[in-house]
Design a protein around this ligand. Structure first.
Ligand code: UGA
Length: 429
């Protein structure tokens, strides 16, 4: 098949390369010329395991192409819209980029083209896209919703072996095209109407976010009653109806998806006069959770003015250099507001733009450099690099030996043996 992917962000680039690997001819379109040139030269703009190799292979095979305009007009079978849908001030998804792509596709799309959304879009967007194509005289274009469920850091595996494929379609023709594109994938398929497909995406992310906020609330209670949330989660997760994943207590979820999608779903519900009480609480718990280290530090030191705090981890999770909605940035901002000097350490992130903090904070990749003369350390992102430090050396480097393990991944015995003071989340210490 001949496929256009519009937008070369995480979802677009990974989807395009995986479709190429499945044997299709893929043209990735992005208005950012520099990005397109770099991609054509084999340079990947983000940190994602396996992506540079996949790009290199598919360029060599001639199955992936990059362009900043729709120059390849010969019989394209499908176009996937994978442009950003950033939240507006009110937490709604901003669809301006999606609709601008629709205008372009109406102009350049070959007859009978299937246009599918991959970006996470509010329920009802496929219907609006349909209306726009009709208004632009392109009733021949098919519209579908095919949401994406890839995780950053695991993107290729998730795209080539998805847990499910969701085809939100309104015609047999659209279904046939989608089946042909995905024919080499052995995943369960759900065929439904576009609004249902759009809702599956939001409901999935909202449910996972709910699991995280739920376990974080349990953790906070565990702290007060002397129980250990790691073991509580282990015990709960063995029940197959609950399952073990997304029950890791910590500083809550970040990234470009959960924070945006949970707020957007609250708004989608609100727009039809439904108060999504549970999800509003999930969002609130998550916001509060990321400040846990700040309150613990205030408890311990009383005043943070003049102290140096080292934050280990800037990206919102390990395996990516994405810092969008990272708890680390919020925490840094609050610490600076309390008069502390903040040092940041991350193996892949090079600089940290902390909103409301004036200047960018410097980031080092060497934990020992970041910890030198620090009064406190907070593990925010559970990168492997931070799990097996030379704790004795750490103790000797720091001015005060206070550690907060924001992801419950450090071995308390080893830190205490080295003379460090360790606080964590929901483990009674
Ligand atoms: C998430 C979903 O997992 C994907 O299925 C979805 O496709 C994607 O959003 C999206 O909508 O595009 P991602 O944001 O890459 O993927 O990250 P996750 O691995 O799901 O982690 C999200 C956040 O939850 C991270 O900040 C992580 O630290 C946190 N988390 C995760 C916890 O705090 N506890 C857990 O037990 C699990």
């Amino acid at each position: 098949m001949n496929i256009w992917i519009v937008g070369t962000g995480y979802v677009g680039l990974v989807t395009g390369l995986c479709f190429a690997k499945l044997g299709h001819q893929v043209w990735c379109i992005d208005q950012d010329k520099t990005k397109i040139e770099r991609l054509s030269d084999g340079k990947v703009p983000m940190h994602e395991p396996g992506l540079p190799e996949l790009l290199h292979d598919q360029l060599a095979l001639g199955r992936i192409h990059f362009a900043h305009e729709y120059t390849h007009l010969h019989a394209v079978d499908a176009a996937f819209i994978a442009v950003g849908t950033p939240p507006t001030e009110r937490g709604e998804a901003d669809l301006r980029y999606v609709f601008s792509v629709v205008e372009d596709l109406a102009k350049y799309g070959t007859p009978g083209l299937l246009v599918a959304t991959k970006s996470t879009v509010p329920v009802g967007t496929a219907a609006k896209i349909r209306e726009r194509f009709d208004r632009l005289g392109r009733s021949d274009i098919e519209v579908a919703s095919v949401p994406e469920f890839l995780r950053e850091g695991n993107a290729i595996e998730d795209t080539l072996n998805p847990h499910r494929l969701i085809y939100g379609v309104t015609s047999k023709t659209a279904l046939t095209v989608l089946e042909a594109i995905h024919k080499n994938l052995a995943s369960p398929v759900v065929v439904c109407e576009p609004p249902t497909a759009e809702m599956i995406k939001y409901a999935s992310n909202a449910f996972l976010a709910t699991k995280i906020s739920f376990v974080n609330e349990i953790a906070n209670i565990c702290d007060r009653i002397g129980a250990d949330v790691s073991q509580v989660a282990l015990g709960m997760g063995l029940d197959p109806r609950i399952g073990p994943s997304f029950l890791r207590a910590g500083l809550g979820y970040g990234g470009s998806c959960f924070p945006k999608d949970t707020k957007a779903l609250v708004n989608i519900a609100g727009a039809v006069n439904y108060d999504f009480t549970l999800l509003r609480a999930v969002v609130e718990v998550n916001q509060r959770q990321r400040m846990a280290p700040l309150y613990r530090l205030l408890n311990w030191f009383e005043d943070l003015a003049g102290l140096t705090v080292c934050l280990l981890g800037v990206s919102f999770k390990p395996g990516t250099d994405d810092t969008r909605e990272s708890p680390s940035l919020d925490l840094a901002r609050q610490l600076v507001a309390h008069g502390a000097t903040v040092r940041m350490v991350d193996p892949v992130v090079k600089d940290a733009k902390v909103p409301g903090c004036g200047t960018d904070l410097s980031v080092t990749c060497d934990p020992y450099e970041g910890l030198l003369d620090a009064d406190a350390a907070v593990l925010v992102t559970e990168w492997d690099d931070f799990l097996h430090l030379d704790w004795q050396r750490v103790k000797n480097l720091m001015r005060h030996p206070f550690w907060f393990d924001g992801r419950n991944v450090l071995d308390p015995d080893r830190l205490r043996e080295a003379g460090l003071v360790l606080a964590n989340i929901g483990r009674g210490v």
